[in-house]
Design a protein around this ligand. Structure first.
Ligand code: ADP
Length: 241
């Protein structure tokens, strides 16, 4: 679904973490939020998912006001850098989790959940992991499972916060390619947070460069490379204006 953020602000004490952010993400788009640590990227994701609230501004998803909805009423999938998988649950139960806690009227039957999990395991190319526990998986495998868990509820919006940040360069490259394929197959509107420009530029339809609570530039990767709009963008990307 499309996401529209207008004039969003958030402060923690004296720190203005978001200073009037305007951002529109089209339905089915994959957007990367790229910026240094502390620029407000995670705060923006947390507000979209309902884990945090802005001081002012609007958030609309498919035209609906999401700030009037609690986190449980928003259909978001969230993948964190440090895999928040449940250690005592097998992979298949981790993936099923989001479905088992949906509000009763939306919750599928146990049989439907089993079928959905099998389909996802196949689709994500991890059927061999179904009966393992998280401790038996590599870091890259855990993130594949974490994405499976986020996608199980057919989210309207998928939010990924430095999902590959803790992994080796080669694993990151493999996962990037895989995520791009998954995205093309599902068409889920996705915001991907990273401080790694190579990752942002390779993955995203559009890149949103953030610095100190503000959007410095939004554009397709080649537009930003060819024409960095601000000195901040140029210096962050190692380019000349
Ligand atoms: P990024 O994801 O770009 O690294 P964050 O959104 O995590 O940035 O953080 C931006 C700033 O907001 C940081 O300076 C951080 O210390 C501050 N911050 C984030 N959450 C809180 C909080 N709950 N309380 C106080 N300060 C916070």
């Amino acid at each position: 679904m499309s996401i529209s953020i207008t004039q969003m602000t958030r402060r923690f004490g004296q720190t203005e973490v978001l200073r009037g952010v305007d951002l529109t993400v089209g339905k089915g788009e994959l957007v990367a939020l790229l910026g240094p640590s502390g620029s407000g990227k995670t705060t923006l994701l947390r507000i979209i998912s309902g884990l945090d609230w802005p001081d002012s501004g609007q958030l609309r998803v498919a035209g609906e006001d999401w700030l009037s909805k609690r986190a449980e009423q928003r259909r978001t999938g969230f993948v964190f850098q440090h895999y928040a998988l449940f250690p005592h649950m097998k992979v298949r139960d981790n993936i099923a989790f989001g479905l088992t806690v949906l509000p009763r009227e939306q919750r599928p039957s146990a049989a439907q959940i089993r079928t959905k999990v099998e389909e996802l395991l196949q689709f994500l190319q991890i059927p061999q992991l179904a009966d393992r526990y998280p401790s038996e998986l590599s870091g890259g495998q855990r993130q594949r499972v974490a994405l499976g868990r986020a996608l199980a509820i057919d989210p309207e919006v998928l939010l990924l916060d430095e999902p590959f940040g803790a992994l080796d360069a080669q694993v990151r490259r493999d996962l990037r390619r895989w995520l791009r394929e998954v995205h093309e197959a599902t068409g889920t509107t996705t915001i991907f947070v990273t401080h790694d420009q190579e990752e942002a530029f390779e993955l995203a339809d559009r890149v949103v460069v953030m610095g100190a609570g503000q959007i410095e530039q939004i554009g397709r990767p080649e537009e930003i490379y060819d024409n960095p709009a601000t000195p901040f963008t140029a210096s962050f990307l190692g380019l000349t204006v």
